[in-house]
Design a protein around this ligand. Structure first.
Ligand SMILES: Cc1cc2nc3c(=O)[nH]c(=O)nc-3n(C[C@H](O)[C@H](O)[C@H](O)COP(=O)(O)OP(=O)(O)OC[C@H]3O[C@@H](n4cnc5c(N)ncnc54)[C@H](O)[C@@H]3O)c2cc1C
Length: 481
């Protein structure tokens, strides 16, 4: 069963019983809850795409462990070609979903763990890599959906880790011969509520004395002691109150749904523990995760989103009759420039990637270009949204409901006064799509997802090799030191 069908995935989720809350209420059935259903359907779509012959090359790959064809979300990149395809998958899934590929963070955690556990075994003689490969084989053989948990609650940022309640960072609260117990909370967890498994890694560099926080492990959805509290906002409320989802800006797949994931002394058997106390490897783990994730989530994924926004903007201008106006074309060109700059950096990050560490068989993207991809996206995406808001006009935020086209009293007015070069219905539908992007959650989501830009600036400064640039400038200036 190396590739499950969307229906098999849905059935596996229906069998899970997470302790899950949404908008102050307990969710008993994720498949029928109007908000949670969008996360199930998005994840199911990833399974569907993997079975679609048009996308075989992007969505699937042969496993280096089992020799079977598997979903690329469970693959460890073993070449530059793999890195390029990984980025292409992020782009494709964003175009198809208009929301998160909820298996993306998990995929990037798996790659970082493959690299770091290999290095640990080589230098320390541990069996982390063996364990990791056995677990990855289990994931691949059962084609399980994996989310990735990195971001801790952290608490007051003025204080050091040792000064805040330890629960602000996921940590080991106890251990015995069979495994470890973990406590704490991870925030902003994309798709964890409907994943089959979650891969948990530390959120940052740790120092000696912080061993109990230096843990990486896998945990099954609904494991005893886990509570999920889902995000809730105006878009959730709109979805909950909607009789016909086709009223919504992204009808089937919805917003990027995240949750708080709380661990209360959750038991993790040793076979699922991939780091336990080795603080010296936490920096490598988080930075290798960041390399993968900034190329994929920070760069390629948002290029796919931008394709939707640009396409919707062109349609909005055609429907209103402004498509031949010079400054509208200029704005569309500007949107393409922002998006394709991020796209180019993403491709460069893949093409300039390399095996890390040498001999591990794991390929990671180029750090410099991955960070530039994410930061270019972060700044460019606000611009793309602003330009889409300009092109779409006020209707993006003032449009009546599609229900007013069904009500016999209002229909003639809406049909008459909102028609332009195309029908009122087409204009309303595309305005709803643009509302979802320009007046929705995607600005801050894109800014902070894959790390807030300050983190990329720090990484860029470190990667920039300023000494080499100084030498170049000295040579030009004829300065000899
Ligand atoms: C839509 C979305 C999906 C996500 N999905 C996932 C997921 O699936 N898994 C996961 O693990 N994470 C996920 N994240 C989390 C994401 O990685 C974080 O939001 C990001 O790393 C920023 O962390 P934060 O939200 O805690 O922001 P904060 O750390 O609170 O940052 C807010 C601001 O404060 C600044 N700041 C914070 N701390 C300091 C400090 N000590 N010194 C100076 N400045 C500081 C930051 O630079 C930033 O400007 C997701 C986020 C979003 C928005």
């Amino acid at each position: 069963m190396a590739l499950r069908s969307a229906q098999e995935y849905r059935q596996s989720v229906a069998a899970q019983k997470p302790r899950l809350f949404l908008g102050g209420k307990k969710v008993e059935d994720v498949s029928s809850d109007p908000v949670m259903k969008s996360v199930v359907e998005s994840t199911a779509k990833i399974y569907e795409l993997a079975k679609d012959p048009r996308y075989t090359d992007i969505m699937t790959v042969r496993s280096h462990l089992t020799g079977e064809i598997i979903n690329r979300n469970l693959h460890v990149a073993g070449s530059i070609d793999d890195l390029e395809k990984r980025a292409e998958m992020a782009l494709l899934t964003s175009q198809k979903l208009g929301t998160c590929n909820y298996r993306c963070v998990g995929a990037d955690c798996l790659n970082a763990l493959a690299s770091v556990t290999w290095e640990m075994d080589k230098t320390k003689g541990s069996d982390y890599h063996g364990r990791f490969n056995r677990f990855l084989t289990y994931l691949q053989e059962n084609d399980l959906a994996c989310s990735g948990a990195v971001t801790d609650a952290k608490g007051d940022r003025n204080k050091k880790m040792s000064e805040v309640d330890p629960d602000m960072y996921v940590h080991m609260s106890d251990m015995n011969d069979d495994g470890i117990f973990v406590r704490g909370a991870k925030l902003h967890q994309s798709g964890a509520t409907v994943a089959n498994e979650t891969i948990v890694i530390p959120g940052g560099f740790l120092r000696p004395g912080e061993e109990k926080f230096a843990i990486a492990f896998a945990v099954a959805n609904s494991a005893p002691g886990i509570t999920y509290i889902a995000q809730h906002n105006a878009f959730s409320a709109e979805r909950e109150s909607c009789e016909d989802i086709y009223e919504l800006g992204n009808p089937v797949f919805g917003q990027r749904e995240t949750c708080m994931m709380i661990f209360e002394d959750v038991f993790i058997p040793w076979e699922r523990v991939f780091l336990c106390g080795e603080t010296e490897y936490t920096g490598k783990l988080i930075s290798r995760f960041a390399k993968m994730h900034r190329m994929n989530c920070g760069g390629a994924c948002k290029v796919g989103f931008a394709d939707i926004i640009i396409g919707a903007s062109v349609l909005a201008s055609e429907y209103s009759g402004t498509d031949k106006v010079p400054h509208i074309r200029e704005m569309l060109t500007e949107m393409v420039r922002h998006s394709e700059a991020a796209h180019a950096c993403t491709i460069a990050a893949a093409v300039k990637g390399n095996e890390e560490p040498a001999g591990s068989g794991v390929f990671l993207p180029n750090d410099m270009f991955g960070n530039v991809a994410k930061i270019t996206t972060a700044y460019g995406f606000w611009q793309i949204m602003a330009l889409a808001g300009d092109i779409g006009g006020g209707l993006i935020v003032t449009a009546p409901s599609l229900k007013d086209l069904k009500n016999e009293e209002t229909r003639p007015y809406v049909e008459k006064y909102l028609a332009a070069a195309e029908s009122a219905e087409k204009r309303l539908r595309i305005s709803k799509v643009l509302q979802n992007w320009t007046a929705g959650l995607h600005g801050p989501g894109t800014w902070h997802g894959a790390g807030s830009p300050q983190a990329q600036k720090i990484a860029l400064y470190r990667a920039a090799n300023l000494e080499e640039k100084k030498a170049i400038a000295r040579e030009i200036a004829g300065i000899e030191d």
